[in-house]
Design a binder for this molecule. Structure first.
Ligand code: SF4
Ligand code: F3S
Ligand code: ZN
Length: 103
């Protein structure tokens, strides 16, 4: 499962579409965590898709991740600022790849 303390245990190494990327990153095998308020551990995500289907405010977009051992697509928290903290995505992800910091 995603480490809920990732912002203390990892370093921000990059930015993607306006959100943080938390390392380590070693493409294409290791992609790190995308997002801060809505954080998706790309190294755990296996492209189940439940988060994209269920998010009521359409926070996520698919992005391609060719060559990653878990899956060739990831759920990117492209619009994390729109999140209303409903926690649905956290509940439906089968591999606990998502952390939402509802405060
Ligand atoms: Fe969407 Fe709710 Fe997840 Fe926020 S907590 S990203 S609103 S499903
Ligand atoms: Fe990935 Fe979990 Fe969504 S596996 S696509 S973060 S439901
Ligand atoms: Zn991203």
């Amino acid at each position: 499962a995603i480490d809920p303390q990732f912002h203390e245990n990892r370093e921000q190494v990059d930015e993607h579409e306006g959100h943080a990327v938390w390392g380590p990153v070693d493409e294409p095998e290791e992609l790190g965590i995308h997002g801060t308020h809505v954080a998706v551990d790309f190294d755990i995500c296996l492209a189940d898709g439940a988060c994209l289907e269920d998010c009521p405010v359409d926070v996520f977009d698919w992005i391609d991740s060719p060559g990653h051992p878990e899956s060739e697509e990831k759920a990117d928290p492209a619009r994390e600022a729109q999140c209303i903290d409903c926690m649905l995505c956290v509940d439906v992800c089968p591999v606990d790849a998502i952390d939402v910091d509802a405060g």
